[in-house]
Design a protein around this ligand. Sequence first.
Ligand code: HEC
Length: 110
Amino acid sequence: MRAGLAIASLGIAALACAPATAQSPQARNFAPQQLKTGAEIYARNCSPCHGARMLDPQGAADLRKFPRDERERFINSVTRGKNQMPPWGDLLKPEEVEALWAYVVAGEKS
Ligand code: HEC
């Protein structure tokens, strides 16, 4: 059972990665709905510290400068928290953190 599940989810992970690796690292192939969700969650939960539309981070990290190839780090820091930043793993579902990543990478580009 277990092994079967692990293999199945590996297959899904490989599928999910395929479009991203096929394009440039900055590939902006996020669904509009995902970006919209990310923007809404950001406005509600993240903007008090990171600034409205990521524009005025003050003491918190400037998310416009977050490295675009460090998705794992983003997911980990947001889920588990980092120093002064609280963890969000209990409040946000993994797909919501994923939507935030989409927003941070592509959301405030013209
Ligand atoms: C209470 C204020 C606060 C809130 C709310 C907040 N952050 Fe942060 N965040 C910080 C601070 C402060 C840092 C800098 C942490 C450090 O590097 O010491 C930070 C750092 C980060 C980093 C960089 C982590 C790294 O690996 O360098 C990311 C990404 C991030 N925040 C995303 C988010 C997201 C997404 C949200 C909304 C779900 C959010 N933050 C909400 C204060 C906050």
